[in-house]
Design a protein around this ligand. Structure first.
Ligand code: TA6
Length: 299
């Protein structure tokens, strides 16, 4: 029986579609549309600045005051912290990966409608202080948001020692109403108390002041319960021994020129990586993979 050829409905976005755009400050950006979600990824820093499921609030917080400029990090979304975390005298904060323009290596709309994008950190003068390496970030957009950071030690003889972290800014309705679970029992360095060591005793962490903690030797998933947005955010991770929790609160928010004074109320960072005592030592030829899967479910 002859089946009539149905015409595609051109009014509906094609699932698994990738569009190349000029983003803020004309920086090159990829817009990704899938049947479940939309996302935006800047080549600058291989930086995911937006992910939103259909019928949900944005998953990621972006500051209205963020800069979009060479040699400046974007404030919000998911900064890729590599090859060091924190301040290094004369070298700056949080490594150089987040302020370089990554090369787009491939983008693959999958048969199921999801989209996978691979970007590579280009060589740069700052990398000469390290043994030769390659660093790729693979971003997978579907009803969840997945990121993988693959670092390979290309040296024949030297070990590569580095820290890495997906410094994720989550959008919340009101930070004073959320609770964060999954870190009970983990030891942490409390940056607010001059990096004093302590152990997390709370099953549910709440935020009512500046919080800046590096939780060590913890591989557990973390959840953010947000009653205001009536959702549960879940951070699953692999290849990560550290989780960082950060909210700048009032004073620090006022001190950041690329962050609105009251924006601390609408964000919390739950960051997944390998930091401080969890730094990675990669032997010649070895590859390390850090991955996260970020999801949102209604409460
Ligand atoms: O991850 C928490 C943290 O290390 C805080 O101490 C604060 O410095 C934050 O990162 C943001 O750092 P940035 O360099 O992006 O301003």
């Amino acid at each position: 029986m002859q089946t009539e050829k149905t015409q595609p409905d051109i009014t509906k976005p094609v699932p698994g579609r990738i569009t190349f755009l000029d983003g803020q400050n004309e920086m090159p950006m990829l817009e990704v549309i899938t049947p479940w979600s939309s996302a935006e990824i800047y080549l600058h820093g291989a930086h995911v600045t937006h992910f939103k499921k259909v019928n949900d609030a944005p998953l990621l917080f972006m500051s209205q005051c963020s800069r979009f400029a060479d040699n400046q990090p974007i404030r919000g979304g998911i900064p890729i912290i590599f090859p060091w975390f924190g301040m290094r005298e004369g070298l700056g904060q949080h490594g150089f990966a987040r302020i370089k323009r990554w090369d787009l290596k491939e983008f693959v709309p999958q048969a199921d409608g999801s989209v996978s994008i691979r970007l590579r950190l280009p060589d740069c003068p700052e990398a000469s202080a390290f043994p030769p390496f390659t660093a790729d970030c693979i971003i997978t957009v579907k009803d969840t948001l997945g990121l993988r950071l693959e670092v390979t030690n290309q040296s024949q003889e030297d070990a590569l020692v580095f820290e890495n972290c997906f410094h994720t800014y989550f959008e919340v309705g009101n930070v004073t109403e959320i609770s964060i679970s999954g870190l009970e029992g983990a030891e942490y360095l409390d940056k607010v108390a001059n990096f004093a060591r302590a152990r997390e005793t709370r099953r549910e962490i709440r935020i009512a002041s500046e919080v800046d903690r590096i939780y060590l030797d913890t591989t557990a998933p973390v959840e953010i319960i947000d009653p205001r947005l009536s959702r549960r955010l879940r951070i699953e991770k692999a290849g990560s021994a550290s989780t960082v929790v950060w909210n700048p609160w009032i004073t620090k928010a006022q001190q950041m020129p690329d962050f609105g004074n009251d924006e601390y109320l609408r964000m919390v960072c739950v960051e997944s990586g390998n930091v401080s005592a969890n730094q990675i030592t990669l032997n010649p030829g070895e590859t390390s993979v850090l991955s996260v899967t970020l999801s949102s479910q209604p409460l």
